[in-house]
Design a protein around this ligand. Structure first.
Ligand code: GLO
Ligand code: MG
Ligand code: MG
Length: 410
C-alpha cells in the first residue's frame, strides 16, 4: 500500500514513466501551445464544489510551463492582479514581476483577457443598464489592452459569459449588444493608440462564445452568432475582431466543431482556439483535450492542418478535482500537451495516407459521363459513395495505429 503522500507521488510518477510516450520540452516548444494561468492555478472549486487544491501564483505556473516546454502563457487581468490593485501603480509592479518570470523561464505571454464575469460589479454584465458600470467596464477593457502590450501579447480574448439573463424580459437585448460593442470599440481604439506609441502591431481581439453558463440565456451563444455580431455594423473596427472558438463550447449546443471552425476559416476569422474536451449537450466540464472525443479531435486537427491554421492552441481545460497539486504538473498538463501533439502528428499521417488520398480523389472525380440524365447521375455515383464509410473506418484505423501494422490477438 502506498500510504504516505510521497509514496503515492512516486507511484504516480512511476506509472507515468511506464506509460511512456512523452515528448521532450524541446519538441513541445515547436508548437504554438499556450497554458492559461487560470487552468494551472484552478483549485477545483465550483458552485457545488469546495476547492481540492492549494492556490498557486503566476511564478509557479510560468516556471512549470517553461520546464515542460509550453512556450506561451495566457491570463485574465484578475488571475494575477487583485481587482482593487487594477488601474493603480501596483498593477505595474506585478506586470514587471510577470515579465521577469516569463524571461527567466523562456515563456512568452500570447494572450490577455479581461475578467468580466466574477466580481460583483459584473452582476448585470459589463454591458449593464447603469452607465457607471459600462464606463468602469471600458476602463478595465482598455487597461487589459495596456497590460497586454506591456506583456508582449498578440491576442486579447473576450468571453461575455454574463451577457444574457436568468429571467426573461428584464433586459433589452439590442441595447445590450450595442453596449457590448461600445466596450469592444473602446478596447480597439485604445489598442490603436498604444500600438502606435510602442511601435507594435495591434492585438487580435477574439470573441469567445459559450451557449449557457453562468447565465441561463446568452445573447451571443455560438461562434456563428459572434460572426454575425462582428459584421452587424456596430463595431468601429470589425477588421480587428475575430474569433476564439472553444471546442467544448460548440459541443455544448450540439454543434459540430469541425463545421464551426470551417465557417470561421471561410470568413478569415479563426484567430485563436481554446482546446479541451467534454460531452455534447452538457455543462462546461473542460476536460483535457482528447480524453472524450479523440476521433473527433483528430478530424478537427486534420481540418486545421489542411487549411494552414497557425494561431495558438490554448489549453483551456480544468484539471479534475481528483487531481492533486502535484498531479496537475506531473499528469494533467504534460498529458494534455502530449495528446494534442500526438493527434496533430496523426493528422499529418491522415493527410499522407494512400487509402484516403485515393478515396478522396475518386469521390471528387465523380462517376462521370452522365449527360445530365438524372438516373445516370445517381447510378454513376452509387458505388463511389460507399467510400464515405470506408474513409471513416480508415480514420479509426489511423487513430489507433492500425495503418502502421498495429495487431491485436490475430
Ligand atoms: C469559460 C471560458 C473561459 C474563457 C476565458 C478567456 O467557460 O472558456 O475560460 O476562455 O475567460 O476569456
Ligand atoms: Mg475558453
Ligand atoms: Mg469551457
Amino acid at each position: 500500500m502506498a500510504s504516505s503522500q510521497t509514496e503515492q507521488q512516486s507511484l504516480v510518477s512511476r506509472l507515468m514513466e511506464m506509460s511512456g510516450g512523452s515528448y521532450s520540452p524541446e519538441q513541445r516548444r515547436k508548437y504554438f501551445i499556450s497554458g492559461p494561468q487560470w487552468a494551472g492555478a484552478y483549485e477545483g472549486h465550483a458552485l457545488f464544489h469546495a476547492p481540492t487544491r492549494e492556490a498557486i501564483g503566476y511564478e509557479d505556473v510560468i516556471r512549470r510551463l517553461g520546464e515542460m516546454g509550453v512556450g506561451y502563457w495566457t491570463t485574465h487581468d484578475t488571475d494575477v492582479i487583485p481587482t482593487d490593485d487594477l488601474l493603480t501603480d501596483k498593477q505595474w509592479e506585478t506586470v514587471a514581476g510577470i515579465n521577469k518570470a516569463l524571461a527567466d523561464h523562456d515563456v512568452q505571454c500570447s494572450m490577455v483577457t479581461c475578467e468580466t464575469f466574477h466580481h460583483a460589479v459584473w452582476a448585470g454584465s459589463p454591458a449593464a443598464e447603469a452607465p457607471e458600470v459600462r464606463d468602469y467596464g471600458k476602463l478595465r477593457l482598455r487597461n487589459t489592452v495596456d497590460i497586454g502590450h506591456e506583456l508582449g501579447a498578440q491576442f486579447a480574448v473576450y468571453w461575455p459569459g454574463t451577457l444574457g439573463y436568468m429571467v426573461q424580459g428584464a433586459i433589452d437585448e439590442t441595447d445590450t449588444l450595442r453596449w457590448f460593442a461600445d466596450g469592444l470599440n473602446a478596447a480597439c481604439e485604445r489598442d490603436i493608440e498604444v500600438a502606435a506609441k510602442k511601435g507594435r502591431a495591434t492585438l487580435k481581439h477574439c470573441l469567445e462564445a459559450k451557449p449557457f453558463e453562468p447565465q441561463a440565456q446568452i445573447i451571443l451563444p455560438t461562434s456563428d452568432a459572434m460572426m454575425a455580431f462582428i459584421s452587424s455594423g456596430v463595431l468601429t473596427h470589425p477588421e480587428m475582431v475575430g474569433l476564439n472558438p472553444e471546442y467544448l463550447h460548440e459541443l455544448m449546443w450540439g454543434g459540430a466543431a469541425r463545421a464551426v471552425l470551417a465557417r470561421a476559416l471561410l470568413a478569415g476569422k479563426l484567430w485563436h482556439f481554446d482546446i479541451n474536451d467534454g460531452y455534447p449537450l452538457k455543462h462546461d466540464v473542460d476536460l483535457g483535450v482528447g480524453l472524450v472525443n479523440p476521433l473527433d479531435w483528430l478530424n478537427v486537427l486534420v481540418l486545421l492542418r489542411t487549411h494552414g491554421y497557425d494561431g495558438p492552441f490554448n489549453l483551456d481545460f480544468k484539471p479534475p478535482r481528483t487531481t492533486s497539486n502535484f498531479g496537475v504538473w506531473e499528469v494533467s498538463f504534460p498529458t494534455a500537451v502530449d495528446r494534442f501533439i500526438t493527434l496533430w502528428e496523426i493528422a499529418g499521417e491522415v493527410a499522407e495516407d494512400e487509402v484516403l488520398k485515393q478515396a478522396g480523389a475518386a469521390l471528387r472525380a465523380g462517376g462521370g459521363a452522365a449527360n445530365g440524365d438524372l438516373a445516370a447521375i445517381v447510378a454513376a455515383n452509387r458505388e463511389l459513395l460507399t467510400l464515405h464509410e470506408l474513409i471513416a473506418h480508415r480514420l479509426f484505423q489511423i487513430l489507433i495505429g492500425q495503418n502502421r501494422g498495429r495487431k491485436f490477438s490475430v
